[in-house]
Design a binder for this molecule. Structure first.
Ligand SMILES: Cc1cc2nc3c(=O)[nH]c(=O)nc-3n(C[C@H](O)[C@H](O)[C@H](O)COP(=O)(O)OP(=O)(O)OC[C@H]3O[C@@H](n4cnc5c(N)ncnc54)[C@H](O)[C@@H]3O)c2cc1C
Length: 374
């Protein structure tokens, strides 16, 4: 860390949410100090897919990735129960990017703007003026908790609330092989989903999300025999990394001079793959509030930003929890790829929810209610 003086904004956690907040605050003229227990480039279990509105938010933050840092994806393909259905995003492509590469680009942008860093600095607790670390106190006028799913800043600030869903977990792995698709594939099985994406010209990432007890990657992969056969014998290029339980709630995303952002501000599930997009949009909203010296509009901004993602998460988790409902959902989408495309456009933030329309909602509801074929 370069200088000890108080920052305007002290950010605990230099992951995507903390760095995006730092960038957005610096662009508004605030002095920012970021403390993280690790050092860049930081990896993390993630499906590594940026939805189109996440790609847009990254551009709004002025973050540019080297051309070969990631791999665009055109849309999403659902596979399962004998069905395969896909749809394109209407305008902007999604972007799959390995977490260390995304992290490096965010750090570069923050550094360029003059953000100060305290890497390898675990934060141990809150103090009256900031936070306690092994090297002494760090102080800031505002304190931002961007310390992830199991945020301690959230707990220390009394902002934790009880989770309300059965436990869900995730684990990811990378393979050395050329991607076989320009989509992110989502394979569905009973209480388990496998996400597959091309992370570079010779890298394929696979993330498992599941409900129930903790489990290992290979046991989960065995639930998808087709995928398991395709990956058999392929060299692994990353260590398996897991996360969960996912459902983490907050009483409020801020209190006094403390604000939470990213996963720390509450998380539901990775099933829709938009934690990063949400974190970037929250960071932009939070910076507006901090620059105005008033956190009161922030909870409403967070509610507005989470409304659509949380709706999709609720719908997909309802299907995930009931195999019959999942089968009906997949069949309904396969019977109406145009409906899937409309849902994807809304999910990717490219169209408002209203474009689903009554006809779309009716077709979806009818498909979900249809009895299974004999
Ligand atoms: C399996 C899986 C798949 C996912 N797939 C996708 C996807 O495809 N697309 C997508 O957009 N999102 C996905 N997500 C969600 C996404 O990974 C998160 O939403 C995103 O990482 C949130 O960023 P963050 O900065 O809030 O938290 P993190 O990335 O967890 O960063 C938190 C930072 O805080 C630091 N920290 C924590 N505690 C302390 C402390 N006490 N002191 C100092 N530093 C501390 C950590 O070192 C870390 O750098 C997925 C998640 C999982 C688990």
């Amino acid at each position: 860390m370069s200088t000890p003086e108080e920052a305007d904004v002290l950010v605990v956690g230099g992951g995507p949410a903390g760095l995006a907040t730092a960038v957005a605050c610096r662009r508004r003229g605030l002095e920012v100090l970021v403390a993280d227990r690790s050092a860049p480039p930081i990896d993390k279990p993630c499906g590594e897919g940026l939805m189109p509105d996440g790609v847009r938010a990254l551009a709004e933050l002025g973050v540019t990735l080297p051309p070969d840092a990631g791999r665009p994806f055109r849309g999403i393909r659902y596979v399962g129960d004998g069905v395969s259905v896909r749809a394109d995003f209407p305008e902007v492509r999604g972007l799959a990017v390995r977490r260390p590469r995304l992290h490096a680009a965010l750090v570069d942008r923050a550094r360029e703007l003059g953000v100060r860093f305290a890497w390898r600095t675990p934060v141990r607790g809150l103090t009256a003026r900031g936070v306690a670390t092994d090297g002494g106190e760090l102080t800031g006028r505002w304190l931002v908790g961007a310390d992830g799913l199991h945020s301690r800043v959230r707990r220390w600030s009394g902002l934790d609330a009880a989770s309300r869903r059965p436990a869900r977990f995730g684990v990811r792995r990378h393979y050395r092989m050329p991607p076989w698709s320009d989509d992110v594939e989502v394979h569905w099985a009973d209480r388990c989903e496998a996400y597959v994406w091309g992370a570079a010209a010779d890298e394929v990432g696979v993330a498992m999300l599941w409900s129930g007890e903790k489990a290992g990657f290979d046991a989960l992969l065995a639930r998808f025999p087709g995928l398991e056969a395709r990956l058999a014998g392929t060299p692994r290029i990353s260590r398996d990394r897991g996360a969960g339980p996912f459902d983490q709630r907050v009483r409020s995303p801020c209190a006094g001079r403390v604000a939470l952002v990213g996963d720390a501000a509450g998380y539901r599930d990775a099933i829709t793959g938009e934690g990063l997009a949400l974190a970037f949009h929250q960071a932009l909203a939070l910076a507006r509030c901090l620059a105005g010296g008033d956190l009161r509009p922030y909870p409403r901004a967070v509610r507005r930003l989470t409304r659509r993602p949380y709706l999709f998460i609720r719908l997909l988790l309802a299907a995930e929890a009931r195999p019959a409902a999942r089968r009906r959902m997949l069949r309904a989408l396969a019977a109406s790829p145009e409906l899937f495309a409309r849902l994807l456009a809304i999910h990717g933030g490219e169209r408002p929810l209203s474009t689903l329309g009554w006809s779309g909602a009716w077709r979806l509801a009818r498909g979900l209610a249809a009895p299974p074929p004999r």
